[in-house]
Design a protein around this ligand. Structure first.
Ligand code: GLU
Length: 453
């Protein structure tokens, strides 16, 4: 059975790139009727924080990613990992090293002076130093040949073993290092496919060697190309590398974010809209693009607008209330108002922000309209006749058309100021819909307020 995992270090919130990695890992497991596991790599005691564990769990929950088992906390396995590192040492796959900081610094300086890549030069590799507490254990990296694997996205990857050094698996304080613990945990958790960012490619080659030394089955690996900013540079906070939960706060729908994230590097013919349910059936790593993808706020907004409009008015009312406290049930025609606003909105928050004029009188005086004073009579006339008509959408539309014709006016001459009168804004939805949703009494009250001296 396919088993995948997401292995964040809880040293920060889950951002766009991490969210996408988790999603791809989850979808791949589900599409193969497998399991998705979560492992917190929380061994860095200074930087790992409980609040980040909670925030990552909340983010995954909001993204509708379900775990098939309780999360694993790597920090709880330090003792076991240490034992295993010592076992590798006893079997000859690792060696003890007592090089001082000074020796290592000198080594580095000499290499830099010779324009060589700084790395541990194997000084103690063949000295058979007996391990004692306070020493480090180094992995005996193969000296000849190359380390390789076939990446499920990137294809064949091979690096000459001379590029690597005998990296530390157990630090002098007795704590295991990332490349050792990650390999051991992937073995323990019986991970079949490791899916993570392509910044881990060299780590993968190290981990494969550790797994071979441990006699473990080597999982398959898939490295996801980076998500870049629109500029092509690294994604920074400003571009949207932010906390996944910020998107929730800003009024993005999780279905929209999921759809957007999955399209960051994955495609399926020409289709653009995917439900999570469908993704859980069709997702495959072979459809992941091997070049980096670019974050686009506009595209995310486009998706969110689409998904907002998939919701019924009732669902929108509940979600807007949850997100911003604005309750469309407090106004007449609340369902119509919210559906109208959703058409032009990119987020739940925008619906709430744009809705003010349904809740409060804009109170615009004629002088503020930037309209010729002699047009005032025209508006009075419009108002007078509006009182008489039947307030249905069709009749309002028909009346506006006739009024424009009779007075030889172009639509904006009436529409623009009227929009400001009714909403206090220049950009607002269709006039006839606005009049209809606000209702006769409110509409007339607003126009009369404007016309009153
Ligand atoms: N903890 C690592 C990170 O957050 C991920 C390691 C992995 O997926 O193996 O970058």
């Amino acid at each position: 059975m396919e088993i995948t995992r997401f292995a964040p270090s809880p040293t920060g919130h889950l951002h766009i790139g991490g969210g996408r990695t988790a999603l791809f890992s989850y979808l791949f497991a589900k599409a193969n009727k497998g399991k998705f596991l979560l492992r917190f790599e929380d061994t860095d005691q200074d930087r790992s924080k409980g609040e980040y564990v909670d925030s990552i769990l909340n983010s995954l929950h909001w993204m509708q990613i379900k775990l098939d088992s309780e999360p694993v906390y790597q920090s709880k396995k330090i003792v076991k990992h240490k034992e295993l590192a010592i076992e590798l040492y006893k079997k000859g796959f690792a060696y003890a090293c007592d090089c001082s900081e000074e020796t290592l610094t000198k080594m580095r300086e000499q290499q830099v002076a010779k324009k060589l890549k700084p790395k541990y030069n194997g000084l103690n590799r063949n000295k058979n130093i007996e391990f004692a507490e306070g020493m480090v254990l180094r992995f005996k990296f193969p000296l000849e040949g190359e380390s390789k694997f076939k990446d499920l996205i990137l294809g064949d990857i091979a690096i000459n073993n001379k590029e690597f050094d005998d990296f530390i698996i157990l630090r002098s304080d007795g704590s295991p290092t990332y490349n050792f613990s990650a390999a051991v945990d992937d073995m323990d958790m019986k991970i079949t496919t490791v899916i993570r960012g392509d910044d881990h490619i060299t780590n993968t080659l190290k981990q494969i060697n550790v797994l071979e030394a441990l006699g473990a089955t080597i999982p398959r690996y898939a490295h996801l190309p980076m998500v870049l900013a629109e500029s092509g540079k690294r994604l920074s906070k400003r571009d949207g590398a932010e906390d996944i939960l910020d998107y929730k706060k800003k009024g993005y729908l999780s279905d929209a974010l999921i759809n957007y994230l999955v399209r960051l590097g994955w495609s399926y013919g020409e289709e653009e809209i995917f439900s999570l349910e469908k993704l859980q059936k069709i997702f495959d790593l072979s459809d992941v693009n091997s070049s980096p993808s670019k974050y686009s706020q506009d595209l995310l907004n486009w998706y969110n607008n689409k998904y907002l409009n998939f919701l019924s008015a009732e669902e929108l009312v509940i979600k807007v209330k949850e997100n911003s406290g604005v309750d469309f049930r407090e106004i007449d025609n609340g369902n119509l108002a919210i559906s109208l606003l959703a058409k032009g909105a990119n987020s739940l928050n925008q619906i709430a922000e744009d809705s003010i004029y349904f809740f409060e009188e804009p109170q615009i005086k004629f002088d503020a309209l930037n309209v010729d004073a002699n047009k005032k009579i025209l508006f009075s006339e419009f108002c007078k006749q509006l009182k008489k008509i039947d307030f249905e959408k069709n009749s309002i539309e028909k009346y506006i058309k006739e009024f424009l014709q009779a007075n030889n006016l172009k639509f904006p001459e009436l529409g623009k100021p009227l929009r400001v009168i009714l909403t206090g804004r220049e950009n607002a939805p269709s006039i006839s819909e606005l009049l209809f949703i606000l209702g006769k009494e409110t509409s007339l009250k607003r126009i009369e307020y404007t016309l009153d001296d």
